[in-house]
Design a protein around this ligand. Structure first.
Ligand SMILES: Cc1cc2nc3c(=O)[nH]c(=O)nc-3n(C[C@H](O)[C@H](O)[C@H](O)COP(=O)(O)OP(=O)(O)OC[C@H]3O[C@@H](n4cnc5c(N)ncnc54)[C@H](O)[C@@H]3O)c2cc1C
Length: 538
């Protein structure tokens, strides 16, 4: 007779403890949601993938109380710089320009960006998760089956290197289990794929002589080489630390294997000069674009690479995934803690899916196509003057791209955005507090940044308004049981920057509503922002 696996009850099971799963667990755990995180590896895997953390991502680490350890874990000294560049033909070729200069949008975010190997980021997140009582980590366990019914979801888990078997019963399950997501498959969530499939090589290697060769480009940590033969797909080199370790990925011929691939030869050709190297890791991965058609099936959600996979061009992978985690985290907590309306959970897919589809289409694919067209049209061998003019235009384009990436939820049903607008990744960075957009940080008359005043729930910024006008908002929040922090400031500077006297900020630092006029019906405003189709009857 087989003994049934013991069953444990929790509120949320997160499958996959990569960066996105760990971030989500922290977001939930800090909000008091009982969360089990199931991750098949006992330790983070030592592959230096997603390194490039945007200013927005580091804001998450700030709220997760993990910003200082994240910065301490960086492997490249701060004064060296973490910029990127593009070169033509070979890395040491005649033409290069700066790329992905995130400092251009620095003032619109509360924190600086950061760069460190993904395993180091994951270690920081694991340590932080370990401090939160509501999180029960199951490292070294694999989720085998996921089944939902009207009352909850059951996840069968198995010890990876042992005989342990258990069943976890939860209100909700989130698959943060990467691009081959089992959770996505078991939930029957379909994906739309586009036809970029390519085999890519990933080489992690040591080389001090490459560091010496690249001293001609001070302050740069990642390098993208455009080669006419590769039709817009990149040869991408990144520092893992300063001076000795590197990673490199690039397209290879289909069917290439470890046995047939010559790392030193490929790398020498990409760099454009011979150098000594020791290969530490050689592997292959599939470059593809796949976006899940929905991020939710009933009580099952997906986030991160489980929901969207694409080439790591522009550093959108880990950063998009962590934004998924933050978007979903407060909505699950609000629903479980009984202050979320009936359409709050649906708004996760409604907001995040089109933002990613737009990221893939308007930034990643567009850059591949743009590079492909550029390489086909211009060549210094054919017409040097025309090439150099076009190269200068590219340099300018690289600057505008950073500013144009501004994911927003203007079209969301829980935001008071302009009628007819849509959620997308394209936008403009501004200080004005616009419904559906990220809140820019400004200094208040207290001398402190508004980000230091934001509460864990919703925050109402009341800038130069009458005290009596604030009271109905507080009463509406109490009636809906919505945690609301009210921040008042009578100085004019912040209201001028925000172009509004009233700003309702969500727990993920996006603006739900803003206005300069005294609101007629605060209950209606708040009710929509927490997902009620209409304000509840009294
Ligand atoms: C070579 C390379 C370079 C990259 N560079 C960048 C970059 O510079 N910037 C950037 O933003 N992104 C980059 N990316 C992409 C980035 O690494 C991913 O977007 C990121 O890892 C996504 O995180 P995730 O947590 O969603 O998924 P993953 O990191 O894939 O984590 C999924 C986790 O789930 C676990 N898991 C899977 N199935 C199960 C199961 N059944 N049970 C339990 N656990 C399970 C896995 O062990 C894993 O830990 C790069 C990717 C590659 C391949």
């Amino acid at each position: 007779m087989t003994v049934p696996a013991p069953e444990k009850q929790t509120q949320v099971v997160v499958v996959g403890g990569g960066p996105v799963g760990m971030g989500l667990a922290i977001e939930l755990g800090q909000r008091g949601v009982a969360t089990v995180i199931v991750e098949r590896y006992p330790e983070p895997q030592p592959i230096p993938k997603g390194q490039n953390l945007t200013q927005r991502t580091v804001e998450h680490f700030h709220f997760w109380q993990a910003e200082a350890p994240l910065r301490a874990a960086r492997t490249i000294p701060r004064d060296y710089g973490i910029g990127g560049m593009v070169s033509y033909g070979t890395l040491l070729g005649d033409y290069h320009h700066d790329w992905l200069q995130r400092e251009l949008v620095r003032e619109f975010y509360y924190t600086d960006n950061e760069r460190l190997p993904q395993y180091a980021t994951e270690a920081v997140l694991r340590r932080r998760a370990g401090e939160i009582e509501a999180i029960a980590p199951r490292y070294g366990w694999t989720a085998e089956t996921i089944a939902q019914d009207g009352g909850g979801v059951t996840v069968a888990i198995a010890e990876r290197n042992g005989p342990g078997r258990e069943r976890l019963r939860a209100d909700y399950v989130v698959g943060c289990d990467g691009s081959h997501s089992r959770v996505r498959e078991e939930a029957g969530i379909t994906q739309t794929r586009s036809d970029h499939d390519r085999q890519m090589v990933l080489i992690v290697f040591r080389s001090e002589s490459l560091h010496r060769l690249l001293q001609r480009y001070p302050g740069k940590s990642f390098y993208n080489v455009l080669h006419p033969d590769l039709k817009g797909y990149w040869q991408f080199l990144g520092r893992v630390d300063l001076g000795s370790r590197w990673f490199f990925h690039a397209p290879v011929a289909p069917g290439t294997t470890r046995e047939t691939f010559d790392s030193a030869r490929y790398l020498t050709a990409a760099v454009g000069a011979p150098f000594e190297l020791d290969v530490e890791y050689l592997g292959f991965w599939d470059l593809r674009f796949a976006v899940a058609d929905t991020y939710r099936a009933g009580r099952i959600f997906i986030a991160g690479d489980a929901a969207h996979s694409h080439p790591p061009y522009g550093g959108y992978g880990i950063n998009s995934g962590l934004e998924d985690a933050v978007n979903l985290g407060w909505k699950l907590a609000a629903t479980l803690q009984d202050w979320g309306g009936s359409r709050l959970l649906a708004s996760y897919s409604e907001e995040r899916q089109p933002v990613f589809a737009s990221t893939a289409r308007d930034f990643i694919e567009r850059s591949i196509h743009g590079d492909r067209d550029f390489l086909a049209a211009f060549s210094p061998e054919r017409d040097r003057a025309a090439f150099e003019r076009a190269w200068q235009d590219r340099q300018h384009g690289a600057r505008t791209e950073v500013g144009a990436f501004e994911p927003h939820y203007e079209g969301s049903s829980i935001v008071w955005g302009p009628p007819g607008s849509r959620c997308a990744a394209t936008g403009t960075h501004r200080f004005a507090a616009r419904a559906g957009h990220h809140l820019a940080p400004v200094l208040l008359s207290s001398g402190r940044n508004v980000y230091e005043h934001l509460g864990p729930g919703f925050t109402l910024l009341a800038l130069g308004v009458e005290p009596d006008d604030v009271a109905p908002f507080a009463a509406s929040a109490a009636r809906l049981r919505v945690p609301l922090t009210i921040v008042r400031d009578d100085d004019t500077a912040s209201r001028d920057q925000y172009e509004a006297r009233w700003v309702l900020v969500r727990p993920d630092q996006f603006v739900a509503w803003s206005s300069s006029a005294v609101p007629d019906d605060p209950l209606e405003i708040l009710a929509r922002a927490v997902g009620y189709p209409q304000p509840p009857a009294s």
